[in-house]
Ligand binder design. Sequence first.
Ligand code: ATP
Length: 227
Amino acid sequence: MIDLSNVSKTFTLHNQGSAVIEVLHDVCLRVEPGECVALTGASGAGKSTLMRMIYGNYMAQSGSIVVGGVDLVQAEPREVIRIRREVLGYVSQFLRVVPRVSTLDVVAEPLRMLGQPSRAARARAQELLTGLNIPEPLWALSPTTFSGGEQQRVNIARGFAHPYPAMLLDEPTASLDAANREVVLSLIEQAKARGAAIIGIFHDEAARARVCDRELDVSRFTPARAA
Ligand SMILES: Nc1ncnc2c1ncn2[C@@H]1O[C@H](COP(=O)(O)OP(=O)(O)OP(=O)(O)O)[C@@H](O)[C@H]1O
């Protein structure tokens, strides 16, 4: 479902004498449906860079990143957007808050974008917000003024609204209390059970041990460290 072959990434720092930093070299990784792989490695090894490349935010210099049958390295922007809408979910650490849109609509939006009727999309959003302990009086409000933890839970609800076949999770349990951490871990387990292929960064070691089938130490592909 997610298949990376010989993916390399170099940054050129144009404002610093065009210094070139090779961050990742020849990354190969295949994640099967129902499997969760944790990216590990020291700070600066390139975990976030790899996630951003898979999501198409950073361009890979070479190699292929095939998700849902499409090579995102070669794909047209329109095709990347389709894959993000239908196939590849991304739960980042922070919610991108859109002012004046209610929490319920923020969570229901990915389903509306896929053409689901508003009623069904909102029903699913309500189910997730209830499970993640967001009090009902907040649902009609924009999450702009919510606490950090509340925004994170709204973001998780939004990320899990659609049953994506592939998912990227960036520290999904960071700064959650025990009860909500448990809800998120079971959402991940349910996603695996329905066959989602998942790649995640988990600094929470117990969470990683519970939901991840294996680990990939990204430092293996960091040229400066390997040398
Ligand atoms: N946009 C960028 N421009 C230049 N260099 C970058 C850019 N993004 C990341 N890097 C560099 O790439 C390297 C890997 O960074 P990355 O954020 O992927 O590491 P990480 O493993 O996720 O670290 P952490 O665990 O601290 O979040 C770092 O040396 C960083 O400085």
